[in-house]
Design a protein around this ligand. Structure first.
Ligand code: FAD
Length: 473
């Protein structure tokens, strides 16, 4: 069976399904090919399930200290099965939503593995897509004018540390746990590792983080890494940086034991479970790239700024092209790719205006350059910082760890970066994003009236602090 389309999208994660909707809005006939579930990593194995678990952890830890708020409770206990059921109900609801959006956009969904075939009698250039149907039906042949590759990524593994789904886990397996271990070693102090560290410590698990670099969250501003380290250590999390994990020393018994090389010495750590979170690998294999001239560089598909590969009618977006591997980035790249292939003239994405969020407790959110990056790029930099301890609403809320930090170009007051750590900062970073998009100066943010009492006042005060004018410091 063959069928013609204007666009076939391989992979229906956040990048692929959003691109499909935009293409349908623009009048294209569209098909998506998905081998697992519509919504991809973010909906089923990433953003949504992890944030659902984090929210339960937050409620649990708040309930345990409810007396601080004058609310007496009897013993607070955790029903982890219920926690998982709640998580799954949220995923199921959103999954139905995506299925509905595909129907509404008249987007054909093929349930199977998509592969790009080389030039054929149907198509003079590579681009025919064969679909190995999940239900065992004969392969479908799809003949598109354009192809969008959005096959995403999977957890990176460390040679010698094989996940077994019980004691040694990736984030995907950890999301499905039916009971919590009493203790865990987390290898990798990046975003995913630190979200798990924070969540599990709020659930009462004894957590040890082993990080190869000299700090956790290495792509965030140094002061943010320092503050998160301080707060998590205060909560009892052990964080060991500059720790080279020696995979070959892994031993499994009642506990998992592993050694690290740390400052010239060997140290051993044991726990009931071990979570590997050392990054993601792009899914470039098994999708027929060898039948094309598409270039794979450093493990990811190479594209131009409009996400065209070397085959100009084949585009690629999202985690499979590397860069900022975030759900909102994948969606925006998908929209730009579709608008470009339909002759609209989208602006390339300015990655300096993309917010990054880490849903630890306290949360972290940032945009633009860190102070160190700004200095390395040769900017004359001035900074302003304001603590949540000076913000009334943070005290009311009972969460006053953290701060806002502005990194500003001294010569013209342009915002170079904004870095937040504290309560609800992942919801507040969009103010900084608008400021960046509109090329605002720090004094313009300060000039914007922030209502009282709100957590957002920290942004106004930090913007003032850049010029030594903060009111409540
Ligand atoms: P994916 O979502 O990975 O989708 C790719 C899809 O392609 C998959 O459904 C896959 O089954 C399918 N596929 C692959 N090969 C084929 C094939 N040959 N044929 C058919 N289908 C195929 N990002 C955020 O912005 N915020 C967060 O809070 C956040 N939290 C995260 C937490 C965790 C634990 C993880 C792992 C990731 C998190 N991310 C987060 C990252 C985010 O999930 C990804 O950046 C996002 O999912 C990338 O979207 P994508 O469409 O490129 O790929």
């Amino acid at each position: 069976m063959t069928k013609e389309y204007d666009l076939v999208i391989v992979g229906a994660g956040t990048g692929g399904y959003v691109a499909a909707i935009r293409a349908s809005q623009l009048g294209l006939s569209v098909a998506v090919v998905e081998k697992d579930k519509l919504g991809g990593t973010c909906l089923h194995k990433g953003c949504i399930p992890s944030k659902a678990l984090l929210r339960s952890a937050e409620v649990f830890s708040t309930a345990k200290r409810s007396e601080d708020f004058g609310v007496k409770t009897s013993e607070v206990t955790l029903d982890f099965i219920k926690v998982q059921e709640r998580k799954q109900a949220i995923i199921d609801q959103l999954h139905k939503g995506v299925q509905h959006l595909m129907k509404k956009g008249k987007i054909d969904v093929y349930d199977g593995i998509g592969r790009i075939l080389g030039p054929s009698i149907f198509s003079p250039t590579p681009g025919t897509i064969s679909v190995e149907m999940s239900n065992g039906d004969e392969n479908q042949m799809l003949l598109p004018k354009n192809v969008l590759v959005a096959t995403g990524s999977r957890p990176r593994l460390l040679p010698g540390i094989e996940p077994d789904g019980k004691q040694v886990l990736t984030s995907e397996e950890a999301l499905g746990l039916t009971e919590l271990p009493q203790s865990i070693i987390i290898v990798g102090g990046g975003v995913i590792g630190m979200e798990w560290a924070s969540m599990l410590s709020d659930f009462g698990v004894n957590v040890t983080v082993l990080e190869y670099g000299d700090r956790i969250l290495p792509t965030e501003d140094k002061e943010i890494s320092r503050e998160l380290t301080r707060v998590l250590k205060k909560r009892g999390v052990t964080i060991v940086t500059s720790a080279k994990v020696l995979s070959e020393t892994l031993e499994k018994g009642d506990d998992v034991t592993i050694q690290v090389e740390h400052k010239g010495e060997k140290k051993e750590f044991s726990a009931q479970a071990l979570l590997i979170s050392v990054g993601r690998v792009a899914n470039v294999e098994g999708i027929g790239l060898e039948n094309t001239d598409i270039e794979v560089k450093n493990g990811v598909i190479a594209t131009n700024e409009f996400y065209q590969t070397k085959e100009s009618h084949i585009y690629a977006i999202g985690d499979v092209i590397g860069g900022m591997q975030l759900a909102h980035v994948a969606s925006h790249e998908g929209i730009i790719a579709v608008e470009h292939m339909t002759g609209h003239k989208p602006d390339p994405l300015d990655y300096m205006t993309v917010s990054k969020c880490v849903y630890t407790h306290p949360e972290v959110a940032s945009i633009g350059l860190t102070e160190e990056e700004a200095k390395e790029k040769g900017f004359a930099v001035k900074t302003g910082k304001f603590s949540f301890k000076g913000i009334g609403k943070a005290l009311v809320y009972g969460e006053s760890d953290g701060f806002a930090k502005f990194v500003v170009n001294e010569t013209n007051d342009d915002l170079l970066g904004v870095h937040l750590i504290g309560p609800h900062v992942t919801d507040m970073i969009s103010e900084a994003a608008i400021a960046k998009v509109l090329d605002a100066a720090n004094w313009e943010v300060a000039h914007t009236i922030h209502p009282h009492p709100t957590l957002s006042e920290v942004l106004g005060e930090a913007a003032l602090a850049v010029d030594g004018k903060a009111i409540h410091s």
